[in-house]
Design a protein around this ligand. Structure first.
Ligand SMILES: C[S@@+](CC[C@H](N)C(=O)[O-])C[C@H]1O[C@@H](n2cnc3c(N)ncnc32)[C@H](O)[C@@H]1O
Length: 225
């Protein structure tokens, strides 16, 4: 399957997953997010406090709430209206984020350049052959020396009943079944540290990478040169 069709399929999957997204992720409140992700947030605070932040693939706004408590302003983007509608219903203090319906690969309608880009549980879904163009476009939405923060999942076992294979580009493709029984194919890549370092070395001098085994997450931070 070519990457455009894969990307369209994933958009559709998440559009339909929106009403059950928080339940599937076991996210209930910003206080609970802050408790679960305390070690990640403690590391990130010096980079996000008082900054203008661009969030990619914000989903139902769980991380947006965390960012809005710390940033000067948050522009939260997602391709799916159904996700954004749920995100808009949440409470944000002290700043109100601006929600923009925008595809992560184009970031159309993101007008203002930000100091920091943040994305959670989005990177794994980017087909390998689209990573460089995604990053180059993202960097155009950042101010000079902007910071990019990527939080994503460490390898996870295949859930029961789902299948996986690798496509010609090396993408791990998994089936996903929603509670209504509808089935989709999603890209679910688990990049190694070295892959991330190789990819970002042409944009940044420093590369920072952590793994949080308990949270089953990796975290990447780099600053544009
Ligand atoms: C795993 S969810 C993560 C949502 C949120 N960041 C979180 O941590 O709960 C992936 C998100 O990517 C969004 N998405 C899928 N394809 C996208 C695209 N092409 N551009 C922007 N967002 C996209 C989905 O709508 C969904 O909200």
């Amino acid at each position: 399957m070519d990457s455009d069709r894969l990307i369209d399929g994933m958009n559709e999957y998440y559009a339909r997953r929106a009403p059950v997204h928080d339940e599937l992720m076991s996210y209930r409140s910003v206080e609970q997010m802050e408790k679960i992700f305390a070690p990640v947030i403690a590391l990130l605070e010096p980079m996000i406090d008082g900054r203008d932040i661009l969030e990619i693939a914000c989903g139902t706004g769980n991380w947006t709430q965390v960012l809005a408590k710390r940033g000067r302003h948050v522009t939260a983007t997602d391709v799916n209206r159904s996700m954004l509608e749920l995100a808009r219903e949440k409470e944000y203090t002290p700043t109100s984020p601006k929600f923009v319906e925008s595809n992560a690969y184009t970031l159309d309608d993101v007008e203002q350049c930000c100091e920091v880009a943040f994305m959670a549980d989005w990177w794994a879904h980017i087909p390998l052959e689209r990573l460089s163009s995604f990053l180059e476009n993202l960097h155009r939405k950042l101010l000079p020396n902007g910071i990019v923060i990527v939080l994503d999942m460490l390898p996870r076992e295949l859930p029961e009943g789902e299948t996986e294979h690798f496509d010609e580009q090396g993408n791990r493709i998994r089936t996903r079944t929603l509670p209504d029984g509808s089935r989709f194919q999603v890209v679910k890549n688990f990049p190694a540290r070295q892959e991330l370092s190789d990819l970002t070395s042409c944009y940044a001098d420093e590369f920072h990478y952590w793994q949080f085994a308990d949270l089953k997450r990796w975290l990447l931070v780099y600053q544009l040169r």
